[in-house]
Design a binder for this molecule. Structure first.
Ligand code: MG
Length: 323
């Protein structure tokens, strides 16, 4: 569902969840999303009038405070919040934007939540005005990810602000021997060739190296710990399953995958033509945009086992962000 959401838009949900837990709410109500939006995209609100303190005061005057819930507890979206996120896609389509950004979530809030519409209007922001501003500044929420990320939450848990995000990188490496008559699986797809990797699973070096890089970035060990090759469950397994499993592990820890950069080393065949299909398979498994995955191919110049066509290897660096 979140494939089209920009990183900023995804962080609105992240901050919405944070707000819900701070107020002890059992689900992420639309107003928590609004507070999340105000945190994440201050520019929209500063320019248009309402500020987060005004919104917060209004919220607190109307809803009783409950004890905080730990941020490690998974708090679900309310029905209205789900409708807002669904509607944001329609707002993006209307404005002919491929991506769903914070501005589309704002417009969706006007459409789906009576409460938010009333609140924002009280604070001087009407849908018409918001729409005018958004259309005139069609610069899109072009993701200046790292700078935004590091500056967006300067507070600390003590001040009631969400903790600072950390950007972490992990490295992954894998090598498999190649043998005649086996399927050549790379990046979740089969590349037509007369040899393929020997391995307990399907021997997909690229996916294995991505797994290790992601687990490394998250400080969660390596692929062998999570998918031991002594376990018959993984015999001949499609390695894409490993990625899907890791996506769930990361999501449970409020972690976002920022970027994956990979190099596959193989003498033959040429991999470039297959990259788009690989990117797509990996992106779907990880629920991220394909453009967050950069693939490169090298030969080994005829040197060593890889150069003689006896092996395939991959190196990967993955970057994630987490609380
Ligand atoms: Mg391997």
């Amino acid at each position: 569902m979140l494939e089209r959401f920009t990183e900023k838009a995804r962080r609105v949900i992240f901050f919405g969840r944070y707000e819900a837990s701070q107020y002890g709410s059992p689900c992420i109500e639309s107003f928590h999303l609004l507070l999340g939006l105000a945190r994440e995209d201050k520019s929209v609100f500063l320019k248009l009038g309402p500020n987060i303190e005004g919104l917060r005061e209004s919220y607190e005057s109307r809803y009783p405070a409950h004890p905080r819930i730990s941020t490690s507890v998974e708090v679900p979206l309310s029905m209205e919040s789900k409708r807002i996120l669904g509607r944001a896609a329609e707002e993006a389509d209307k404005l002919q934007s491929k991506h769903i950004g914070t501005e589309h979530i704002l417009l969706a809030m006007f459409a789906e939540s009576e409460e938010i519409r009333t609140e924002l209007e009280k604070l001087g922001l009407t849908r018409e005005r918001a729409e005018r501003e958004i259309v005139s500044k069609t610069t899109d929420a072009a993701q200046n990810f790292s700078a935004d990320m590091l500056e967006s939450s300067p507070g600390s848990a003590a001040s009631g602000m969400p903790p600072r995000f950390h950007v972490c990188a992990g490295i992954g490496y894998d090598l498999h021997r190649l043998e005649a008559g086996r399927k050549l699986m790379i990046g979740g797809i089969e590349v037509p060739f007369d040899k393929g990797p020997v391995g307990h699973s399907d021997g997909d070096v690229l996916v294995h190296a991505i797994c290790d890089a992601l687990l490394g970035a998250a400080g969660m060990g390596d692929i062998g710990t999570h998918f031991p090759d002594t376990d018959p469950k993984w015999k001949g397994a499609n390695s894409i399953l490993f990625l899907e499993h890791i996506r769930k592990l990361l999501a449970g820890r409020q972690t976002f995958i920022t970027h994956i950069d990979a190099v596959v080393i193989l003498e033959r065949p040429k991999l470039g033509p297959h990259f788009p299909a690989m990117q797509k398979a990996i992106a779907i498994a990880l629920s991220i945009e394909s453009n967050r995955i950069n693939l490169k191919a090298k030969t080994n110049e005829g040197v060593d086992a890889i150069g003689r066509g006896e092996a395939i290897a991959a190196h990967v660096v993955a970057t994630i962000s987490q609380e």
